[in-house]
Write a protein of this length. Structure first.
Length: 131
């Protein structure tokens, strides 16, 4: 396997907490920073389904929607850091098309949840002005 983890559940939990806290505090805008390699692997949703370059991200996004795994990100700016490393946790090389598809998956989920992806980078020293 790729050596990833169930990132989606963590993002969903963080998004719920962010929404609850933001509502309680009346705070806007909201920011969610995800430190991860982006390699979502769980029994329900796995980027391992991207077995060939021709396979699009949308079916996996739609599957997450059907399972009600879309994080609630209404009004949130979302930044991913640690992605696009080009390799798995075990040091296996990943093809560029695969990393692109993983990025499209996260972009699609963020948008489906009402958020905006403002950064998707291997290394983030600070939040970019796009956030």
């Amino acid at each position: 396997g790729l050596g990833g983890s169930d990132i989606l559940t963590a993002v969903d939990t963080a998004a719920s907490n962010l929404q609850a806290q933001g509502s309680a505090d009346g705070v806007a805008p909201k920011y969610l920073v995800v430190l991860s390699d982006g390699l979502q692997l769980s029994s329900d949703i796995s980027v391992e389904s991207f077995t060939a370059e021709a396979i699009p991200a949308q079916p996996l996004i739609d599957h997450a929607k059907r399972l009600r795994l879309t994080p609630s990100l209404t009004g949130a700016q979302v930044a991913f850091a640690g992605v696009k490393s080009g390799q798995t946790a075990h040091g296996q090389q990943l093809p560029d098309w695969f990393e692109t598809r993983v990025g499209e998956f996260w972009q699609g989920l963020v948008v489906a949840g009402g958020g905006r992806m403002c950064a998707y980078e291997p290394d983030l020293q600070s939040l970019p002005s796009s956030c």
